[in-house]
Write a protein that binds this ligand. Structure first.
Ligand SMILES: Nc1ncnc2c1ncn2[C@@H]1O[C@H](COP(=O)(O)OP(=O)(O)OP(=O)(O)O)[C@@H](O)[C@H]1O
Length: 255
């Protein structure tokens, strides 16, 4: 199980955002994408999430080009990928129901019917996973509270719990801690480490290079319209090959 972008290019209208970008993630690996705001981190995550087809290049899952297979097969791949957006999008219901949401919508129909049946005959299918996930992000005690009443940071953690509850093969995180204080940032970073231990492949886009250093096995530096460097996190930070990486890390690069 691996997800790979190979030589992908993508843009909007006349603007090229990514030009010839390659990046992969394997089970139990955390890969960070670092780069300044507006460089294309979200665009790359959306391609990896199979939301958009790249203008050029391939996205493959387990070696299979996902845009060359039948749509139902692509949807099956998509269900194995969880993405947490920068803006948490919760709906007007309890925290628990929000955390359970993915469990229902991302299931294939046969699973959905089976789980619905299990629920009808008395099982509370999915609740356990959702509560476990809420516990991981420190919000189990707010499970019955209205999602509307949460702070921005709490909502971000619920969105993360929703992705975890689904137990994806791959987890894509877009600035997962941008609204969080240091303590809750640590909660999310611990959850990333736990996901990794469970064999989930994690890609985290962040402009916080210290976060990359703390959580990632490998780090990709996205600058201009491509990845200028990708390697073991330690190597990228301690011995950058590209002068622009060094400048970015040292905060000298004004972008
Ligand atoms: N749907 C869209 N239509 C037009 N332009 C877009 C669209 N989405 C992104 N862009 C542009 O593409 C560029 C890259 O955006 P993207 O959101 O991928 O960057 P980012 O690195 O994730 O930024 P940030 O860290 O600020 O979220 C930006 O110039 C942005 O304005």
């Amino acid at each position: 199980m691996s997800l790979e972008a190979a030589d992908v290019s993508h843009g909007y209208g006349d603007e090229t955002v990514l030009d010839g970008v390659s990046l992969s993630v394997s089970p139990g690996e955390v890969v960070a994408i670092i780069g300044p705001s507006g460089v294309g981190k979200t665009t790359l995550l959306r391609l990896l999430a199979l939301f958009d087809a790249p203008d050029d290049g391939t996205i493959s899952y387990d070696g299979e080009d996902v845009w060359r297979v039948a749509e139902d097969r692509r949807l099956a791949y998509r269900r194995r990928i969880g993405m947490v957006f920068q803006e948490a999008s919760l709906f007007d219901a309890s925290v628990r129901r929000n955390a359970q949401y993915g469990l229902r919508v991302r299931q294939a129909w046969p699973d959905r019917i089976r789980h619905e049946f299990a629920r009808l005959v008395g099982g509370q299918n999915g609740t356990g996973d959702a509560i476990d996930a809420l516990e991981t992000v420190g919000l189990a005690d707010k499970a019955e509270q209205d999602a509307d009443s949460l702070s921005g940071g709490e909502a971000q953690r619920v969105a993360f719990a929703r992705a975890l509850a689904y137990d994806p093969d791959i987890l894509l995180l877009d600035e997962p801690t941008s609204d969080l204080d240091p303590r809750n940032t640590a909660v999310i970073e611990d959850a990333v480490a736990e996901a990794r231990t469970e064999g989930i492949g994690v890609v985290v886009a962040t402009h916080d290079m210290h976060q990359a250093r703390r959580v990632a096995d490998r780090t990709a530096v996205l600058l201009g319209d491509g990845i200028i460097e990708v390697d073991r996190t330690e190597r990228v930070f301690d011995d950058p090959r590209d002068d622009r990486t060094r400048k970015f890390i040292d905060g000298e690069l004004i972008y």
